[in-house]
Design a binder for this molecule. Structure first.
Ligand SMILES: O=c1[nH]c(=O)c2[nH]c(=O)[nH]c2[nH]1
Length: 296
């Protein structure tokens, strides 16, 4: 029975880096979580511990810091592309790289109506994300967002589902629909205005969430992905992961009170988890694995 080394990658996970642009008194900051992973001719390090092709993860971390100093970070996609291309060109035997970046959402603190020059607040948990894959001389970009929490106080129903001996859920034609949107979209090329594309896709998906009269969170998922694809020819597909943040009607009858869809208990777990891909029929499947090996 033969045994061999299967797919592998290695790198530095979660390099937390904050940069301050001090070129004017009106500072701007970037707050990122960067993970790199390299692939290539790495059989020897696994089979015999020969580190000849193994660019240390410590060097990968240092490269993130040095690159941040040498040139403005810019859009996370551009920073990830620069890093990935560098790793593939700097070390013999490294032929591929995967750079993941999450960007935290800082905003200026308003003071007397305008944003302060050097004071910021982190508005919420929302993150902008990118996953860049370098495969030889090809580059692929999958960007997205994580943990964008949204809620509709009406315009959501759920009924008509199969019932068996374990069903207790009551059908409803008016419920709260809430979720934390995690979305990833795959670009067809790297010739993209990343910031503009991100803002528009985000706004488009939010608008679809708001305006879809939802008969199921699954339907909202599809409408959100479809709206993004219709408006953005630069996208091949959109993947969404939507936890159903259940809001249960509180029984106020013990107190002789009616509850006309006004008082809810917000449960944090368990939650439904609705996930899916919305794609264009006329494009090929992703030419690379989308995520780190640990995901999916
Ligand atoms: O939008 C929903 N989709 C489901 O699949 C589901 N299942 C459930 O219990 N509630 C809901 N809501």
């Amino acid at each position: 029975m033969g045994i061999s080394m299967g797919p592998n990658q290695y790198g530095k996970a979660e390099v937390r880096i904050v940069t301050v642009d001090r070129s004017t008194p009106r500072h701007s900051i970037k707050d990122l979580n960067v993970s790199s992973a390299l692939r290539g001719d790495l059989d020897a390090v696994h089979l015999t511990g020969d580190n000849g092709n193994c660019l240390p993860t410590d060097t990968q971390k240092n490269t993130v810091y040095a690159f941040a100093k040498q040139e403005p970070i810019g859009e996370i996609e551009d920073f990830a592309l620069r890093l990935g291309k560098h790793f593939v060109s700097t070390a013999d035997g490294i032929t591929g790289a995967r750079i993941l970046i999450d960007e935290y959402n800082w905003q200026r603190i308003p003071v007397e109506g305008t944003g302060h020059d050097h004071s910021f607040s982190r508005a919420n948990d929302e993150k902008r994300t990118t996953a860049v894959t370098i495969d030889g001389d090809r580059a692929h970009v999958v960007s997205g967002m994580k943990d964008l929490v949204v809620l509709k106080s009406t315009g959501s129903e759920f009924w008509g589902y199969p019932k068996d001996q374990y069903t207790t859920l009551a059908e409803t034609n008016d419920r709260i629909l809430a979720t934390a949107v995690t979305a990833r979209w795959r670009y067809l090329s790297t010739d993209v205005d990343w910031g503009k594309s991100f803002e528009s896709i985000r706004a488009t998906m939010l608008e679809a969430f708001a305006t879809t009269h939802s008969l199921a969170l699954q339907q909202s998922l599809y409408e959100m992905g479809k709206a993004a694809l219709e408006k953005h020819p630069e996208l091949a597909e959109v993947r969404l992961s939507l936890p159903n943040k259940h809001h249960f009607l509180v029984d106020l009858s013990p107190f002789g009170l009616e509850n006309d869809n006004e008082v809810f208990f917000a449960a944090d777990r368990p939650y439904g988890l609705i996930e899916g891909t919305v794609r264009r029929d006329d494009v090929e499947d992703a030419p690379m694995a989308w995520y780190s090996l640990a995901e999916f």
